[in-house]
Design a protein around this ligand. Structure first.
Ligand SMILES: Cc1cc2nc3c(=O)[nH]c(=O)nc-3n(C[C@H](O)[C@H](O)[C@H](O)COP(=O)(O)OP(=O)(O)OC[C@H]3O[C@@H](n4cnc5c(N)ncnc54)[C@H](O)[C@@H]3O)c2cc1C
Length: 381
């Protein structure tokens, strides 16, 4: 078993790190404060191949593999978690689902500009009354000849306002395992409206919105996959999605630890750097252990995915552990900064806020534990 990254993986990691440090980090605090969507940076990321990392070359992607994707996403997150979540939803769920289930026409129309960074993907599953219980969605799509009429509200949709295409899950039958269908929605469709824009605790440069559909007319040609197979589409992106959020957690935690180490060496109290105090050294050691454990879980899940193995349990474990780890580590980083950690001038304040959502979206950690237990009990049969 080799824990060594390949030359290519190291190159991709370095490219993403250089870009993130140069282009994203200097703007991240202002974008967070003013809620500025990172449109320019996303365009550049498209040019660098960071928005089609798992897509085949045929559609303008890089086909770099999940390990490289995880490494790059961590680097982006270390500079700007908002940009990283946009990148994660776009690559893991949207591009992946369109490549897997889309028609050739849909791939040309959406996937090619997506990999180039010309349009960003969003994924709309959650509703006001359906969060963890995704099967409870009420948004309806009634077929009328060559189109569907869509009615309902989607909640908390990342990139719902600034994205160019949204994968929407809607109910085409009142009940049954084949009741949900996936659609490709574009902002120009009559009856589609971006409604409430959420004012969040963190990751404020990424938009999170309500999408409202009122007799929204969607042509049959915009069904993604088959009618009634929407959950297959939704579930197929989940492993990569969870590896994405785990990678984001990892990068954010690493950035918080780096800041804490730097600060602990500079800040003096009792006539010496606070890094000399064992109380802080042990905190730093715990942070390093936590990060390393998460890194191994993330890379293992990614490598399993690249080998074509079932990585559902590994991906949920990585998401669950890494997101909780990021909350612990960013909390320690604030503590090591003392009062300055609570002040916006220091990046750890933002890191701490950005980390909080990680245990909630892409399936809460309670739901991840449910998935892990289900897989565990299946194995025991
Ligand atoms: C910033 C942000 C971005 C998001 N982006 C997207 C997006 O792009 N697309 C999208 O579709 N959704 C998105 N979401 C929605 C997100 O995935 C949901 O918020 C999440 O799945 C939880 O659903 P909920 O908020 O309705 O909580 P609920 O499901 O109501 O859960 C409330 C609490 O109950 C717990 N709980 C629920 N059921 C169980 C159970 N069976 N066992 C144990 N505990 C349980 C949960 O873990 C949680 O702690 C986003 C949310 C936010 C805040």
């Amino acid at each position: 078993m080799s824990f060594e990254l390949s030359k290519e993986q190291l190159m991709i990691q370095k490219m993403a790190r250089d870009f993130a440090r140069k282009e994203l980090a200097p703007l991240a605090a202002e974008r967070d404060e003013k809620h500025l969507y990172p449109a320019d940076s996303l365009k550049k990321m498209g040019e660098l191949g960071l928005l089609g990392m798992l897509v085949s070359e045929k559609y303008g992607g890089e086909d770099m593999g999940t390990v490289s994707y995880a490494l790059a996403l961590s680097e982006i997150a270390a500079a700007c978690a908002s940009t990283a979540v946009i990148m994660s939803v776009h690559n893991s769920i949207c591009c992946g689902s369109i490549e897997k289930f889309g028609t050739e026409e849909q791939k040309q129309e959406f996937l090619v500009p997506m990999t180039a960074g010309e349009i960003i993907g969003a994924f709309a599953l959650t509703e006001p009354e359906a969060g963890s219980d995704a099967q409870a969605i009420e948004c309806s799509a009634a077929k009328q000849g060559d189109h569907y009429l869509i009615n309902g509200t989607k909640r908390f949709i990342t990139s719902g306002k600034n994205g160019g295409v949204t994968i929407l899950l809607a109910r085409t039958k009142p009940e049954g395992s084949d009741a949900i269908t996936a659609f490709l929605i574009t902002p120009d469709m009559p009856g589609f409206k971006v409604d409430k824009v959420e004012d969040k605790m963190g990751q404020c440069a990424s938009d999170t919105v309500d999408l409202v559909f009122t007799d929204c007319k969607v042509p049959v040609s915009r069904v993604l996959g088959e009618e009634g197979k929407g959950f297959t589409v939704a579930m197929s992106g989940l492993d990569a999605g969870r590896i994405g959020i785990a990678s984001l957690s990892l990068g954010l935690a690493q950035a918080a630890m780096d800041e804490a180490v730097k600060y602990a060496k500079q800040r003096k109290q009792f006539g010496q750097p606070i890094a000399n105090f064992q109380g802080l050294q042990w905190m730093l050691a715990d942070m390093a252990i936590d990060i390393e454990a998460a890194r191994l879980l993330v890379l293992n899940a990614a490598a399993m995915k690249d080998r074509g193995e079932n990585c559902t349990m590994a991906a949920s474990m990585a998401k669950c552990f890494a997101s909780e780890m990021a909350n612990r580590v960013t909390g320690h980083a604030v503590q090591i900064h003392g009062g300055y950690g609570y002040i916006k001038e220091y990046p750890v304040e933002r890191f701490y806020r950005d980390a909080r959502i990680l245990t909630i979206y892409e399936g809460t950690n309670q739901i991840q534990r449910h998935v892990i237990a289900r897989e565990l009990l299946k194995k025991g049969k």
